[in-house]
Design a binder for this molecule. Sequence first.
Ligand code: FES
Ligand SMILES: [Fe+2]
Length: 476
Amino acid sequence: MNKPPFDQREAFEPHRLTAADMDAEVLSTYPTEAFLSKDYLQAEKTLLWPRVWQMVERESDLPEPGDWLTYDVADESIIVLRKDDGTLRAFHNVCPHRGRQLVSVPNMLPGKVHDVRGSNRRSFICGFHGWTFDLDGQNTYILDPQDWQNKLTPEMTCLSEVQVDTWGGFIYVNMDPDAAPLKEWMGRAGEVLSHFELEKMHYKWRQWAVYDCNWKTAIEAFLEPYHVAGTHTQLLAYGDYYALSRQYGLHSVSSYDTRDAKFEMSESAGTTRAGKGDDPRVSTYELIRENYETVNYSASTETLVRAASRLQTELPETATPQECIAHWLKSARADDAARGVVWPDVPPEIKKESGLAWGLFPNQNILHGETFGLCYRVRPYGDDPDKCVFESYALERFPEGEAPQTEWTYAEPVGELWGSVLAQDFSNMQFVQKGMKSSGFRGPLPNPHQEQKVINLHRNLAGFMRGRGAPTRLDI
Ligand code: FES
Ligand SMILES: [Fe+2]
């Protein structure tokens, strides 16, 4: 039987900050052991990673029958493959005989190993004693089966299956056979984001690195825009970055908020908003150009930047911010349509609800638009709570057949390879990790309005980690 949906379980876990507490924006804190403790990291191996839906890769990376790849997290390794009938299957990457990895997956190694993948597979043959498995995970060959007195059953000799499903063009796996279906897991977050048709986007670039911080420290650097004023001070010349954030059960969203009502419109929650300054024709262009160029040519598109650059010639001086945004988006949409990139029609109320960026529990972030996405995934690295594998990738809607060929590229965390804004984000991570170890640190004081995604991550982690690291109220 499936487990009850997550939010029903919290009623039985009284230590946890509730969803209602989150909505009321109560003051809270949480302990630092989730970031620092080796024991907590070991516990994640049994309590967290084998029980959550996690994104593996884009579906388009396994286009043909017989295509396969490996996904590793903590001590787990999974093989995902495409069968002749087009369906996906996933199996634990371990031979049921004596436990050799079926596919040898070396540790992720900067500049060398990201994952192992291939194509045209009809079977998997274990390199140790030759046991063989078909694409359904069934054993098709054992040397000398009579030695087991013919008592080996298919259940004993098949591969261990892993749940696999897709959403938004992503492949997800869950090692828990009793896990709730992916659709239920995604919940309202999945419904809102489905309007943006992420499945029609393709990689523009994808890069990874190993960082000197816990995986949570790294993902949290991208969960809230509250840090923009302090970390990306140069961006303040172009726009205001007041933010709000909201829990959606397991997941959460952040949006740009407006202190000034004249800038309020359904588009103003995300990246398609007016910049600050007296002439919104100029400031809208400057804001989007600066963001695009310094976030490694992501979080927007060439089309959007070019259309914004024409605002000054196409609109009168008297244009309001609303008129600028409306004209900008209309002309960008037309420019894209002319080259075969058709924008989805996202209803204004969904556009507003969808905000700027989503944190999908536990380790996937998506900053979305109609034609682009900037996404992150973070995983632990080895058994060291002070290290993680950080991956970031840009998605974009391209004209049919024009998506670039990309692969995972190791990139040192410097501005030349990631853009100056992302390099600024990276520059905080190891020092947050170090700072949290100080005996003078009394514990985090997360902003209840703007950093709710961070609190929500810990609230949900605690639900899986038997209450460890649970946020508690500061005001009672
Ligand atoms: S461990 Fe795989 S055949 Fe022996
Ligand atoms: Fe940032």
